[in-house]
Design a protein around this ligand. Structure first.
Ligand code: TTP
Ligand code: MG
Ligand code: MG
Length: 380
């Protein structure tokens, strides 16, 4: 492809940013699940992966304390042990990670109907139609972070920007537990400050090629004339040049999938205070009111009601009940939740840290269809 051909892509479209994309990636995913399960592992260099006895295999991931020693995913365990002889190793509980990943994706799916899962601990949400501006997107991200922490006791980093690639880059700059927002007018400044390796796909090999041409930061690349960039680094180099200069290089994304909302849930956490039964009921009741009104707003019927209880020691239990047919009634949810709560047989309410109510098995209301309660002429 000639440069002339390439330059035809400097179109108006590339200057337009009309989306707000949120990207979430969990921090040290496998390692933080292990720490959650065994708090003695917190605050120390920790490796997940390989065989701790034989010291064979590769590092799946490691804690941020281990990263200080230069250890990273994919490194042979033998090398990691050389870098940090006192490192702690655990083999990994992969079934648990996959369950946690599923739960996290479920939480995320409540924040936008347009979502793309990009890995076991990361996903993009197109929130363009969910928020009205970047400030609202930031608030949504804080809510999402709290939600993820409340449901799985894990931290994540979030990037918000007008394109997927920028949102992903933004999520990385303040890891762990970061939140970085890049608005359209801030793209060039934001990019110029970054090392060239901050761009996904630029690894050690490409870095050497760039460095040989005195390009270490994205700003260095941005300053070069595009003709020279094309000549020296080819088509991919030119694409990177456009990215660092604030062009929108993303194709209209057909990969985002719209999904129907699978559940509606609300949780209430009792932070550092003792909960009493009346107090707990006030919170359960307000959670029920919120989810039922959300369901009505979205014209959804539900069949399954789930009650989640988390105790002070983070042990979490869920119980669910499915109705005979789809319903919309708040009263029905209250009755089911009451009997689910009785099933737990909790003696001491002060041990409760969190209560959550979820309705799922959702179905769009057919205006001609009546619920069973309406059929029998009952109402809320
Ligand atoms: P990442 O999100 O790449 O890494 P991470 O979550 O451990 O750390 P960070 O805070 O930098 O995001 O990967 C998610 C999980 O996928 C990770 O915890 C373990 C697994 N994984 C591997 O098993 N092998 C690999 O080479 C990588 C990169 C990840
Ligand atoms: Mg991660
Ligand atoms: Mg990841």
């Amino acid at each position: 492809m000639t440069l002339a051909n390439q330059m035809t892509y400097f179109s108006e479209k590339e200057q337009t940013f009309d989306k707000i994309i949120l990207y979430m990636d969990l921090d040290a995913f496998f390692a933080n699940v292990e720490i959650r399960e065994n708090p003695k592992l917190a605050g120390i260099p920790l490796i997940v992966g390989g065989n701790p006895q034989t010291k064979r295999g590769v590092v799946s991931t490691c804690s941020y304390e281990a990263r200080v020693y230069g250890i990273h995913s994919g490194m042979p365990i033998s090398q990691a042990v050389k870098l940090c002889p006192h490192v702690t190793m655990v083999r990994g509980t992969y079934k648990l990670y996959s369950k946690v990943s599923e739960n996290i994706m479920q939480v995320l799916s409540n924040y936008s109907p347009v979502m793309k899962i990009a890995g076991n601990d990361e996903a993009y949400l197109d929130v363009t139609n969910v928020v009205s501006d970047y400030e609202e997107a930031r608030k949504l991200a804080i809510e999402l972070k709290d939600d993820i922490f409340a449901s799985e006791h894990l931290t994540c980093s979030i990037g918000i920007a007008p394109t997927k690639i920028l949102a992903k880059i933004a999520s990385e700059v303040d890891k762990p537990n970061g939140l970085t927002v890049v608005r359209p007018l801030e793209i060039s400044d934001f990019m110029h400050s970054l090392k060239i390796t901050a761009i996904p796909g630029i690894g050690k090999k490409s870095y050497i090629v760039f460095k040989n041409h005195s390009v270490e930061t994205c700003g260095d690349l941005a300053k070069l004339p595009y003709q020279l960039v094309f000549q020296k680094f080819g088509k991919y180099g030119l694409k990177t040049w456009k990215l660092v200069n604030g062009y929108n290089i993303e194709k209209t994304d057909e990969k985002f999938t719209s999904h129907e909302r699978k559940s509606i849930s609300e949780e209430r956490t009792f932070f550092n205070r003792y909960s009493s039964w009346p107090d707990i009921w006030v919170h359960i009741d307000s959670a029920i009111k919120t989810i039922v009104s959300k369901a009505k707003e979205k014209k959804m019927h539900f069949r399954t009601i789930t009650l989640k209880i988390r105790f002070k020691d983070f042990e979490t239990a869920t119980r669910a009940h499915s109705l005979l047919c789809h319903e919309t009634s708040e009263k029905q949810v209250r009755e089911v939740v009451k009997s689910l709560l009785e099933e737990y047989n909790i003696k001491d309410p002060t041990h409760i840290r969190l209560v959550g109510v979820k309705i799922s098995n959702l179905k769009k209301i057919d205006v001609n269809q009546r619920t069973l309660a309406q059929f029998f002429n009952k109402s809320d």
